[in-house]
Each structure stands twice: as structure tokens, then as C-alpha cells.
Design a protein around this ligand. Structure first.
Ligand code: ZN
Length: 347
């Protein structure tokens, strides 16, 4: 298996995080990548340095004005008097505003509100470079798989990506790495590509990007959004639209679900995936379903992740695995090693 990482990851060290009205330390930290590298080392794997994504590569899915915003947001923000150290929006255009005005956003504050969904995606001086680097890792993994250089490849993406839409950051995510990998696999000839998201949060950005497309199946296994981020989407009724109708499957699980329920949900997702007959697969791999997560929405064990790896590996599809969430740095390395070992043994 080829694995890809990037040095610019460490340039993104977000601090702002708001939970239930309380300011907390942000937990999407560079130490996560160090823990994941340890897990790779345990499998005898060392990441190759991936080149950062180019502007043209990310424009395959992201809007030019949004990319302009990400590239310039921090410098513009820092030039304001009494600016905080990171870009964090304090207003978003509401549907009522948008119905009455195009809301041309030219000020750093209005631009931040227009292009971010929440307060969990602070932008610092190194955020854009790190996000382009993470996207580069995902694209390198997809390329290795598409060219047959590897049957499977892993991208150590940090920041993660599955909450990012075409023109909106949110939930620690800026560029949708998994979706960019899927798009690259399509561009390299796979007629149908599936994205299987096992992060504990619904992959709302990925769902949004492929909502009206029938060539990319999106499956997300996650904790019930009625009680959990992203709150407004991730329910079973959301099936896609137009040519994409039926090509989106949400599998929310009750809070506290353990291995048996999580793996049964995964089986449901894999059945839908087999019926779609994809020629390539992207796994959006989060470890925040772990029983050791700070928020502990789900209670999956290390053995559960090994079994998930085995079930996904047994599909024997060309597979690009993109890292998403997982925030307990004490267990991340072990969970990655267990998942990849299960995956590799099943192929
Ligand atoms: Zn997550």
C-alpha cells in the first residue's frame, strides 16, 4: 500500500473552538498527524511527501471565489484593527437576507460569514497551505490507485475534508479531500465511484457535492444528527436529486451504538455499494466513532475498526483511503494500524 503525507500540515494549528457556548481548545491539532504517522510506522509504512494540490485541481469541485477567499482571508482579517488571531465569522447571511439581496460580500467579516458554515473552521496564516497539502495527499492516493501503482493507497489528510462544500468551510474542513479523490478516480476512467464515509459525523459536504450526480455513490455511517454535528442533514430521507436520486445513502446510528450495531450498519452500506457496482472506492476514514473519543457519540472498539477494515478490504476494489476525523491522539495510531491491518489481510 502506498501512503502519502505532507509537511505543510503542521502550518495549520487552529485554536478557536466553541462548544455549547464555551470556548474550548480546538482538538484538530498537529499532534493528530504525529499519532497517525506512528500508526503507519507500526505497519511498516512511511508516508511519501505528496505535492500540494494545484488551484486547477481543486477547482474540479470548489468554486473560484471560495478559493480566493481561503487564499486571502487571513491576511485581510489580520489587517483589520483589533482583529483576533484567526478568521471566525460572527454573522452568516440568513435565507431572508439572501432572498432580498445578492449579499455581495466584500468585507473580511461578510466574506467570512458567506464562505463558512460555523465557528469550527477557524482560518489561520497557514490554513490554506495545509488544506492544499491535504488535498494533494488525497489526489496522490487516487492517482496511485488509478494508475495501478497500488491496489490501495492511504492519504494522511490534515485538515480533514468531508464537511466542506463547493464554496463553504465547516467542522474543521476547508477542501473536501475525499470528494476530490473520487472526482480524480472518475477523471481517470472509473465509470462509477463510491465514497464510503465511516467518520462518526455525517459527510455532509460530500453529500452536497455529489447530490445531483448518479456516477458517484455517497454512503455515510454516522451518529444520529438529531443530536450531533452537522445537525441539519444526515437523515435517511436524503437520497439525492435528479440523476443522483438514489445515489446517496445515510445510515444514522443511535447515540452510544457499539460494535455490533456499527458493523451491521456498515454491512448495510456495503450491500448498497456492491449493488452500485463501483469501479473504484474512496473510504472517508474517521476514528471519532471510537469508544475513547472525547465526545463519545458511538462506542466502537479497536477490534471493531479492524473488522471494518477487513469488511472493506474484502471488496477488493481499487481503494483510496482518506483520513477524516478522530481526535483522541492517545488511540489514533493504534486504530489506524488495526484498520489497515484488517484491510490488508482481507485483500
Ligand atoms: Zn468526525
Amino acid at each position: 500500500m502506498k501512503v502519502f503525507g505532507q509537511a505543510d500540515e503542521a502550518l495549520h494549528a487552529p485554536r478557536f473552538f466553541l462548544m455549547r457556548g464555551r470556548l474550548r481548545d480546538n482538538y484538530e491539532v498537529p499532534a493528530r498527524a504525529a499519532a497517525l504517522r506512528e500508526g503507519l510506522a507500526r505497519c511498516g509504512l512511511a508516508p511519501e511527501e505528496a505535492p500540494p494540490a494545484t488551484r486547477a485541481e481543486v477547482e474540479a469541485l470548489h468554486a473560484p471565489d471560495y478559493l480566493d477567499f481561503l487564499a486571502t482571508a487571513h491576511a485581510e482579517w489580520a489587517a483589520m484593527p483589533e482583529a483576533g488571531e484567526e478568521v471566525v465569522a460572527n454573522i452568516h447571511p440568513s435565507p431572508e437576507m439572501l432572498a432580498q439581496s445578492p449579499c455581495a460580500a466584500r468585507h473580511p467579516i461578510s466574506r467570512a460569514g458567506r464562505f463558512t458554515a460555523d465557528t469550527a473552521c477557524p482560518i489561520g496564516p497557514g490554513t490554506f497551505a495545509a488544506a492544499m497539502g491535504a488535498a494533494g495527499c488525497a489526489l496522490a492516493a487516487a492517482e496511485a490507485v488509478a494508475q495501478g501503482a497500488a491496489g490501495a493507497a492511504y492519504a494522511l489528510c490534515r485538515p480533514p475534508g468531508h464537511h466542506a462544500y463547493a464554496a463553504r468551510a465547516g467542522g474543521h474542513c476547508y477542501l473536501n479531500n475525499s470528494a476530490l479523490a473520487a472526482q480524480r478516480l472518475r477523471a481517470r476512467g472509473a465509470a462509477r465511484v463510491a465514497v464510503l464515509d465511516i467518520d462518526s459525523h455525517h459527510g455532509n459536504g460530500t453529500q452536497g457535492l455529489f447530490w445531483e450526480r448518479g456516477d458517484v455513490l455517497t454512503v455515510s455511517l454516522h451518529a444520529d444528527p438529531a443530536r450531533y454535528y452537522p445537525w441539519y442533514v444526515g437523515f435517511p430521507e436524503e437520497r439525492g436529486a435528479g440523476p443522483g436520486l438514489g445515489a446517496n445513502l445515510n445510515l444514522p446510528l443511535p447515540f452510544g451504538a457499539e460494535d455490533a450495531a456499527w458493523l451491521a450498519g456498515l454491512d448495510q452500506g456495503l450491500a448498497a455499494l456492491r449493488a452500485f457496482r463501483p469501479e473504484a472506492l474512496v473510504v472517508a476514514l474517521g476514528f471519532d466513532a471510537s469508544e475513547h473519543e472525547p465526545l463519545a457519540a458511538l462506542r466502537v472498539t479497536a477490534e471493531g475498526f479492524a473488522r471494518a477494515g477487513a469488511a472493506i478490504g474484502a471488496l477488493r476494489l481499487p481503494t483510496a483511503i482518506c483520513q477524516e476525523g478522530g481526535y483522541n491522539v492517545d488511540v489514533l495510531g493504534d486504530l489506524l494500524a488495526r484498520f489497515l491491518t484488517g484491510f490488508g489481510n482481507a485483500r
